[in-house]
Design a protein around this ligand. Structure first.
Ligand code: ADP
Length: 246
């Protein structure tokens, strides 16, 4: 692709007509170096409420850079990023941090659970610094999130007593507890065997079925194929993949 910024997903599948959750407009990131590295070329990407989008690319293609921007962990050096209509590039750090807590649920390859706490405590603790969840509702909301991921019977188990798949479900419950607008997943099946990975991907299908906006970043084409829309990233350039007929 040559010329101006890549334009990806002006109208998405599934969420067509729904309000945009993610709007990147000419957004790019160059690490200052020296030498400077243009890790994300200016791109335009729209993800609407209720979409399930995967972003796939090999190592070094710019996935982490894009994830950091989408997750409000880094600010693009060019262009804008609107999340639920708020231009995140124009607000102070404090507000960006609040937006991150209120709007985004992160799921990582490593589960990052506290080993000596129960599943319920792990999920509830995630809300301590998050004003989106009132203090008195923490445990009830954590229980609700664990029920949502099929772990109502494991709330009192601690991570060493949970299987890999159950740990990732706890991590997904933790991501859901503040009722975010966007579930942002980074290689979420990277530490799981094929069968367990499938059950976690099936859970994402369910969450998407419930209306959750899901964005998965992966190097794995099989994981990428689960999205209703796939965007390829290569050398920092985003390219929408043609939809596969159902
Ligand atoms: P991926 O997650 O797909 O492996 P990254 O987003 O980590 O890709 O990296 C994209 C490019 O940016 C790579 O060429 C990488 O070496 C470079 N890069 C990543 N982080 C930095 C940094 N902090 N400073 C300079 N270059 C970086």
């Amino acid at each position: 692709m040559t010329g101006g910024p890549a334009t990806v997903g002006a109208v998405g599948s599934g969420g067509a007509g729904a309000p945009p959750v993610i709007e990147l407009r000419g957004a790019g990131l160059t690490y200052p170096g020296p030498p400077p590295v243009e890790a994300l070329r200016p791109c335009t990407l729209t993800v609407r409420a209720g979409e399930y989008v995967t972003i796939v690319g090999p190592s070094g293609s710019g996935k982490s850079t894009l994830l950091n921007i989408l997750g409000l962990l880094d600010v693009p050096t060019a262009g804008t990023y609107r999340l639920n209509g708020t231009d995140t590039t124009a607000v102070p750090d404090r507000q960006r941090t609040a937006l991150r807590g209120h709007r985004i649920g992160f799921v990582f390859q490593s589960f990052h659970l506290l080993p000596h706490r129960t599943a319920l405590e792990n999920v509830a603790l995630a809300t301590v610094y998050n004003q989106a969840v009132p203090r008195r509702q923490r445990r009830a909301r954590a229980r609700e999130a664990l029920e949502r991921v099929g772990l109502a019977h494991r709330t009192d188990a601690s991570p060493p007593h949970l299987s890999g798949g159950e740990r990732q479900r706890v991590a997904i419950a933790r991501a859901l507890v503040a009722r975010p607008a966007l579930l942002l997943c980074d290689e979420l099946t990277g530490n799981l065997d094929t069968v367990t990975a499938e059950s976690v991907l099936a859970l994402l299908d369910e969450l998407h079925g419930d209306g959750m906006t899901v964005l998965v970043i992966t190097h794995d084409p099989a994981v990428a194929a689960r999205g209703r829309r796939t965007v390829r990233i290569r050398d920092g350039v985003l390219t929408e993949q043609p939809a596969v007929a159902a």
